[in-house]
Design a protein around this ligand. Structure first.
Ligand code: 5GP
Length: 185
Protein backbone atom coordinates (compact mmCIF):
# COMPACT_ATOMS: atom_id res chain seq x y z
CA UNK A 1 0.00 0.00 0.00
CA UNK A 2 1.26 3.44 -0.92
CA UNK A 3 0.04 6.46 1.02
CA UNK A 4 0.38 9.57 -1.10
CA UNK A 5 -0.56 12.69 0.82
CA UNK A 6 0.04 16.40 0.98
CA UNK A 7 -1.95 19.65 1.09
CA UNK A 8 -4.93 20.16 -1.20
CA UNK A 9 -3.88 21.76 -4.48
CA UNK A 10 -0.25 20.66 -4.24
CA UNK A 11 -0.63 18.56 -7.39
CA UNK A 12 -1.21 15.03 -6.08
CA UNK A 13 -3.83 14.32 -8.74
CA UNK A 14 -1.67 15.39 -11.68
CA UNK A 15 1.29 13.41 -10.41
CA UNK A 16 -0.85 10.33 -9.83
CA UNK A 17 -2.09 10.44 -13.41
CA UNK A 18 1.51 10.51 -14.64
CA UNK A 19 2.58 7.65 -12.36
CA UNK A 20 -0.16 5.44 -13.77
CA UNK A 21 1.50 5.61 -17.19
CA UNK A 22 4.35 3.43 -15.87
CA UNK A 23 2.91 -0.07 -16.08
CA UNK A 24 5.94 -1.68 -14.38
CA UNK A 25 4.92 0.07 -11.16
CA UNK A 26 1.84 -2.19 -11.18
CA UNK A 27 -0.31 0.52 -9.59
CA UNK A 28 -4.01 0.50 -8.84
CA UNK A 29 -5.77 3.69 -7.79
CA UNK A 30 -7.84 3.44 -4.63
CA UNK A 31 -11.11 5.15 -5.60
CA UNK A 32 -12.36 7.09 -2.59
CA UNK A 33 -15.88 7.84 -1.48
CA UNK A 34 -16.90 11.46 -0.97
CA UNK A 35 -19.89 13.65 -0.20
CA UNK A 36 -18.40 16.55 -2.18
CA UNK A 37 -20.14 17.76 -5.34
CA UNK A 38 -18.83 16.31 -8.57
CA UNK A 39 -16.58 18.76 -10.48
CA UNK A 40 -16.87 19.19 -14.22
CA UNK A 41 -15.31 16.23 -16.00
CA UNK A 42 -15.28 13.95 -12.97
CA UNK A 43 -16.79 10.50 -13.35
CA UNK A 44 -18.52 8.49 -10.63
CA UNK A 45 -16.58 5.30 -9.87
CA UNK A 46 -13.43 6.62 -11.58
CA UNK A 47 -12.44 9.80 -9.71
CA UNK A 48 -14.60 9.12 -6.66
CA UNK A 49 -17.70 7.28 -5.58
CA UNK A 50 -19.98 10.31 -5.11
CA UNK A 51 -22.54 9.68 -2.37
CA UNK A 52 -24.90 11.69 -0.17
CA UNK A 53 -24.34 12.26 3.53
CA UNK A 54 -26.73 9.55 4.84
CA UNK A 55 -25.00 6.97 2.61
CA UNK A 56 -21.56 8.02 3.85
CA UNK A 57 -22.71 7.90 7.47
CA UNK A 58 -24.10 4.39 6.96
CA UNK A 59 -20.78 3.27 5.47
CA UNK A 60 -18.92 4.67 8.52
CA UNK A 61 -21.34 2.91 10.86
CA UNK A 62 -20.85 -0.40 9.07
CA UNK A 63 -17.06 -0.04 9.44
CA UNK A 64 -16.56 -0.27 5.68
CA UNK A 65 -13.84 2.41 5.52
CA UNK A 66 -10.11 1.97 6.13
CA UNK A 67 -10.00 5.69 7.04
CA UNK A 68 -12.10 8.77 6.58
CA UNK A 69 -11.90 12.48 7.24
CA UNK A 70 -14.01 15.60 7.19
CA UNK A 71 -12.12 17.89 4.83
CA UNK A 72 -13.40 21.48 4.52
CA UNK A 73 -17.04 20.51 5.00
CA UNK A 74 -17.14 17.23 3.10
CA UNK A 75 -16.42 13.63 3.97
CA UNK A 76 -13.76 11.63 2.14
CA UNK A 77 -12.91 7.98 2.84
CA UNK A 78 -11.19 4.85 1.55
CA UNK A 79 -13.54 1.87 1.05
CA UNK A 80 -11.83 -1.19 2.53
CA UNK A 81 -13.28 -3.66 0.04
CA UNK A 82 -12.16 -1.75 -3.08
CA UNK A 83 -8.65 -1.23 -1.75
CA UNK A 84 -8.04 -4.75 -0.39
CA UNK A 85 -9.52 -6.41 -3.49
CA UNK A 86 -6.76 -4.71 -5.51
CA UNK A 87 -4.07 -5.71 -3.02
CA UNK A 88 -5.31 -9.30 -3.07
CA UNK A 89 -4.80 -9.51 -6.82
CA UNK A 90 -1.21 -8.34 -6.38
CA UNK A 91 -1.52 -4.65 -7.18
CA UNK A 92 0.41 -1.85 -5.50
CA UNK A 93 -2.51 0.25 -4.32
CA UNK A 94 -2.05 3.99 -4.22
CA UNK A 95 -4.14 6.00 -1.76
CA UNK A 96 -4.22 9.68 -2.68
CA UNK A 97 -5.58 11.14 0.55
CA UNK A 98 -5.37 14.15 2.85
CA UNK A 99 -3.34 14.07 6.05
CA UNK A 100 -5.95 13.21 8.72
CA UNK A 101 -6.86 10.06 6.82
CA UNK A 102 -3.22 9.34 6.01
CA UNK A 103 -2.42 9.46 9.74
CA UNK A 104 -5.07 6.79 10.37
CA UNK A 105 -3.63 4.54 7.65
CA UNK A 106 -0.04 5.09 8.86
CA UNK A 107 -1.12 3.72 12.25
CA UNK A 108 -2.97 0.72 10.84
CA UNK A 109 -0.79 -0.38 7.91
CA UNK A 110 2.70 -0.12 9.31
CA UNK A 111 4.44 -1.52 6.22
CA UNK A 112 2.83 0.99 3.85
CA UNK A 113 5.13 3.25 1.84
CA UNK A 114 4.29 6.84 2.70
CA UNK A 115 5.08 9.84 0.51
CA UNK A 116 4.27 13.46 1.35
CA UNK A 117 4.19 15.95 -1.51
CA UNK A 118 4.91 19.58 -0.63
CA UNK A 119 4.68 22.77 -2.71
CA UNK A 120 7.84 24.85 -3.31
CA UNK A 121 6.13 27.55 -1.15
CA UNK A 122 2.69 28.50 0.20
CA UNK A 123 2.53 31.34 -2.36
CA UNK A 124 2.98 28.85 -5.16
CA UNK A 125 0.27 26.64 -3.64
CA UNK A 126 -2.16 29.60 -3.63
CA UNK A 127 -1.39 30.29 -7.31
CA UNK A 128 -2.06 26.66 -8.17
CA UNK A 129 -5.40 26.47 -6.35
CA UNK A 130 -6.48 29.78 -7.91
CA UNK A 131 -5.48 28.47 -11.33
CA UNK A 132 -7.78 25.48 -10.89
CA UNK A 133 -10.74 27.92 -10.53
CA UNK A 134 -12.83 25.24 -8.84
CA UNK A 135 -13.25 26.79 -5.38
CA UNK A 136 -14.92 29.90 -4.00
CA UNK A 137 -12.64 32.47 -2.29
CA UNK A 138 -13.85 31.30 1.13
CA UNK A 139 -13.08 27.63 0.47
CA UNK A 140 -9.75 28.60 -1.08
CA UNK A 141 -8.76 30.49 2.08
CA UNK A 142 -9.82 27.53 4.23
CA UNK A 143 -7.76 25.15 2.11
CA UNK A 144 -4.70 27.43 2.37
CA UNK A 145 -4.96 27.72 6.15
CA UNK A 146 -5.25 23.96 6.34
CA UNK A 147 -2.16 23.54 4.15
CA UNK A 148 -0.07 25.71 6.50
CA UNK A 149 -1.14 23.49 9.44
CA UNK A 150 -0.45 20.30 7.50
CA UNK A 151 3.10 20.97 6.30
CA UNK A 152 4.84 20.07 9.61
CA UNK A 153 3.25 16.59 9.42
CA UNK A 154 5.68 15.74 6.63
CA UNK A 155 7.96 14.34 9.37
CA UNK A 156 5.64 11.33 9.78
CA UNK A 157 6.26 10.08 6.25
CA UNK A 158 8.94 7.81 4.78
CA UNK A 159 9.59 10.24 1.92
CA UNK A 160 9.04 13.97 1.28
CA UNK A 161 9.00 15.15 -2.32
CA UNK A 162 8.90 18.83 -3.38
CA UNK A 163 6.64 19.44 -6.37
CA UNK A 164 8.82 21.94 -8.24
CA UNK A 165 7.76 20.54 -11.59
CA UNK A 166 5.55 17.58 -12.42
CA UNK A 167 8.41 15.94 -14.33
CA UNK A 168 10.88 16.19 -11.42
CA UNK A 169 8.37 15.02 -8.81
CA UNK A 170 7.29 12.08 -10.97
CA UNK A 171 10.93 11.07 -11.57
CA UNK A 172 11.63 11.11 -7.83
CA UNK A 173 8.49 9.18 -6.91
CA UNK A 174 9.10 6.60 -9.63
CA UNK A 175 12.59 6.02 -8.21
CA UNK A 176 11.18 5.63 -4.68
CA UNK A 177 8.55 3.15 -5.82
CA UNK A 178 10.99 1.11 -7.92
CA UNK A 179 13.33 0.87 -4.94
CA UNK A 180 10.49 -0.17 -2.59
CA UNK A 181 9.19 -2.75 -5.08
CA UNK A 182 12.71 -4.21 -5.43
CA UNK A 183 13.08 -4.37 -1.64
CA UNK A 184 9.86 -6.31 -1.22
CA UNK A 185 10.18 -8.79 -4.09
P1 5GP B 1 -10.63 17.23 -3.68
O1 5GP B 1 -11.93 17.79 -3.15
O2 5GP B 1 -9.71 18.35 -4.12
O3 5GP B 1 -10.83 16.15 -4.71
O4 5GP B 1 -9.92 16.51 -2.45
C1 5GP B 1 -9.69 17.19 -1.26
C2 5GP B 1 -8.68 16.43 -0.44
O5 5GP B 1 -9.22 15.16 -0.05
C3 5GP B 1 -7.40 16.12 -1.22
O6 5GP B 1 -6.30 16.42 -0.38
C4 5GP B 1 -7.51 14.63 -1.49
O7 5GP B 1 -6.24 14.01 -1.57
C5 5GP B 1 -8.25 14.17 -0.26
N1 5GP B 1 -8.89 12.85 -0.41
C6 5GP B 1 -9.36 12.26 -1.52
N2 5GP B 1 -9.84 11.05 -1.24
C7 5GP B 1 -9.67 10.86 0.09
C8 5GP B 1 -9.95 9.77 0.99
O8 5GP B 1 -10.46 8.71 0.63
N3 5GP B 1 -9.63 9.96 2.28
C9 5GP B 1 -9.07 11.10 2.75
N4 5GP B 1 -8.78 11.15 4.04
N5 5GP B 1 -8.77 12.11 1.93
C10 5GP B 1 -9.07 12.01 0.62
Amino acid sequence: MIIFSGPSGVGKGTICQELFKYKELNLAYSVSMTTREKRQGEVNGVNYFFVDLPTFEAVIKNDELLEYADFVGNYYGTPKSYCFDKINVGKNVLLEIEVQGATQVLEKITDAVSIFLIPPSLEELENRIRGRKSESEEILQERLEKAADELPLQNNYNYVVVNNTVEQAVTEIKAILRQEIAKRS
